[in-house]
Design a protein around this ligand. Structure first.
Ligand code: NAD
Length: 494
């Protein structure tokens, strides 16, 4: 079925045919051991459209057992064969892209165009890491004539992947693609509001030739399914993407087993606009830095740190652009989709209520909203809060919605102090026409990635990750393989 056909089917019936409902364990769909199920909601209409398995410790035990057996097979699969199979996964994702994108948009609330970009990027991730599967070589080391010495790069074993709801497919794939390329197996726990694409991708992997048991998916809540997974001593690496509070809990949970950990946590990333920057480019860049995916991006440019001379020309343009954005159902061609859940909408609203009570200057937006066509759904207006002090909660806390905080600076030292003035250090953007300023600021800003004159520039080939409370470890790029391999040194006396 084409995307158009799937969309009309959804609006006619309120659901989609053939949505996976069960866990995916040992190469097949398996009903939950406890028999319980949960509902998944369409955030654009605030109605349920499908159910799925509510996993428990028994399902996790089954999945980790399966992944342990899968690892024994997969680690012995020749790297060239792993490469060919992962290339086939990319081809199948492209063949199923329409269906994957419609499900992703419906489940998360994001626009179809955003979901299509995520699915295309996920196919690229599999290709990229397929190309690395047969190049994970060790080193030959010279210890003198009486020794031969070399190192191997071995897979770490069973890996666990805890995935959030804002990028259900791409966050999943940026973890499992390098893990599989390295020869690891995986157990995935998708977010409780976005279970479906992980199950669909797992099924595609089997169709592509990945042996049963190598990738398993257990759906359900963080407490019931996520916690037993990260605590399982058979798991040798956990890749967690989510909030700081949950990430800290996961760090404590893996400690007794000394399990490896990658933490991709939150952000409060600055877009620093220097006095010499083009106001139109800054306004357009800042618009999409914060309002893409309705602001639900860990690396969203949620703070505009702007030189005082640029403030008026940029804010005039930016407010007009924000007010012109059409928000609406993700499957109906909106510029900006819904926020993911009623709970998350309430959290964003509470941030704005408290900003208003503090007397914050709201240049536009500030309220929860409905789809203008249907009067339903979980939406929040594109919002800009002006001239916030550095210690304001809307500057210090991640709101994770379409809310931009503006901070004004007068000189470069002040810009750096503001840019680095939160607990987070994930991403940053700089707008300037001067190459020296660009390079100097890039070095002085504490962040895992810095872009100049195009906030979202970059790609899967570059490492991605945070510093300080934004987490540790890197995904994407060749660095993304490091968590899933470990070096073994071998010496022979000859
Ligand atoms: P969350 O921390 O509430 O949940 C993330 C995942 O953890 C979900 O799958 C959840 O079920 C699971 N979980 C919850 N409790 C658990 C437990 N005790 N043990 C194991 N797993 C558990 O986060 P969220 O609200 O789903 O996602 C939003 C957050 O994710 C934001 O803070 C955002 O910045 C962050 N995020 C970061 C990145 C990044 O790459 N740095 C990317 C996307 C999202």
């Amino acid at each position: 079925m084409t995307a158009d056909h799937l969309i009309s089917t959804y609006f006619a019936t309120g659901t989609l045919p053939d949505l996976p409902r069960d866990h995916f364990i040992d190469g097949q769909f398996v009903p939950p051991a406890g028999g319980a199920r949960m509902q998944s909601y369409d955030p654009g209409r605030a109605v349920p459209f499908g159910d799925f398995a509510a996993g428990t410790a028994a399902d996790v035990d089954h999945a980790v057992h399966s992944a342990t057996r899968g690892f024994a097979i997969w680690r012995e699969t020749p790297p060239a064969q792993r490469c060919a199979i992962l290339m086939e996964v990319a081809r199948l994702i492209r063949a199923e892209a329409d269906r994957l994108a419609v499900v992703e948009s419906l489940d998360s609330g994001k626009t179809l165009a955003e979901a299509q970009g995520d699915i295309a990027g996920s196919a690229r991730l599999f290709e990229y890491y397929a190309g690395a599967a047969d190049k994970l070589d060790g080193r030959s080391v010279n210890l003198g004539n009486d020794n031969a010495a070399f190192s191997l790069r071995e897979p770490v074993g069973v890996t666990a992947h805890i995935v959030p709801w804002n990028y259900p497919t791409s966050t999943l794939v940026r973890g499992i693609a390098p893990a599989l390329a390295a020869g690891c197996s995986a157990v995935v726990k998708p977010a409780e509001t976005t279970p479906y694409t992980a199950l669909m991708i797992a099924e595609l992997l089997i169709r592509a030739g990945v042996p049963a048991g190598v990738v398993n998916v257990v759906t359900g809540t963080g407490q019931e399914a996520g916690a037993p997974l990260v605590q399982d001593p058979r798991v040798r690496h956990v890749t967690f993407t989510g909030s700081v509070a949950t990430g800290v809990g996961v760090m404590q949970a893996v400690a007794p087993n000394v399990t490896g950990l990658t933490l991709e946590l939150g952000g409060k990333s600055p877009l620093v606009a220097c006095a010499d920057a083009d106001p139109e480019a800054v306004a357009e860049g800042a618009l999409w830095a914060i309002f893409s995916n309705a602001g639900q991006i860990c690396s969203a440019g949620s703070r505009l740190v702007i030189h005082r001379d640029l403030h008026a020309p940029v804010l005039e343009r930016l407010v007009a652009k924000a007010q012109a954005l059409r928000f609406g159902h993700g499957l109906r061609n909106a510029d900006m989709g819904a926020v993911n859940s009623d709970r998350h909408l309430a959290a964003i609203t509470a941030h704005l209520d408290s900003a208003r009570a503090r007397g914050a200057e709201i240049l536009c937006g500030g309220n929860p909203a409905c789809d203008p066509d249907t009067g339903t759904g979980w939406f929040f207006e594109p919002t800009i809060l002006d001239r916030l002090p550095a210690d304001d909660p809307a500057i210090q806390q991640e709101i994770f919605g379409p809310v931009l905080g503006v901070q004004v600076f007068e000189d470069e030292d002040q810009a750096i102090a503001l840019a680095n003035g939160t607990d987070f250090a994930l991403a940053a953007g700089i707008y300037t026409c001067d190459i020296s300023t660009a390079l100097r600021l890039s070095r002085r800003i504490d962040a895992g990635q810095v872009t100049v004159n195009d906030y979202w520039a970059g790609g899967i080939e570059l490492p991605f990750g945070g510093n300080r409370k934004s987490g540790f470890g890197r995904e994407k790029g060749l660095e993304g393989l490091d968590a899933y391999t470990r070096a073994k040194a071998i010496t022979l006396s000859v």
